[in-house]
Write a protein of this length. Structure first.
Length: 166
């Protein structure tokens, strides 16, 4: 849920339906502010002052890494994927690779990192996500987050990024 709290709109979760206890039988809800705001207070709000909060929106990226022979040089390719609505996770959220039986981590030749970047819900509107400067900056952020996760598993890797279409 969302409502105006002072001069700004904040998000909160409903922790209890208090019923029709308000003036003229208005329904009241006990709400708790999102802890990310630095306040964890809970208080009652009338139903007509609450709004449904916009679902979080994430831009999905996939960064694929391909090892060049048996060297520590890896070619990375960043692809922008779809928009995901209602997903709270963000950042580098997944690492995957495959190995043949008997291979070790040093034998890996391919890996993939999934990255979710938070975007404003209004960026789903046609045209807003098409700004080339915004797309380049987001792809750069996705590469940085993916590289950090990749390097945590391959600390000696030297990453060469392919030119991005974004």
């Amino acid at each position: 849920m969302a409502f105006h709290y002072g001069a700004k709109k904040v998000s909160a979760k409903i922790v209890e339906d208090r019923g029709r206890l308000g003036v003229h039988g208005r329904r009241l809800y006990r709400v708790q502010l999102d802890p990310e705001l630095g306040e964890e207070s809970a208080f009652e709000m009338p139903e007509d002052e609450l709004e449904t909060a916009a679902a979080p929106v994430r831009q999905s990226y996939r960064v694929k890494y391909c090892r060049q022979g048996k060297t520590n040089v890896w070619q990375a390719d960043t692809k922008r994927e779809g928009l995901l609505r209602g997903v709270k996770a963000s950042g580098a959220v997944g690492y995957s690779t495959a190995m043949w039986e008997g291979e070790t981590a040093d034998d890996q030749g391919h890996a993939s990192v999934a990255v979710l970047l938070e975007v404003a819900p209004r960026s789903c509107e046609p045209g807003l996500a098409d700004d080339p400067a915004v797309r380049r900056e987001m792809a750069k952020r996705a590469r940085g987050l993916a590289d950090e996760m990749f390097l945590s598993r391959h600390p000696r890797a030297q990453i060469q990024h392919a030119p991005s279409a974004d």
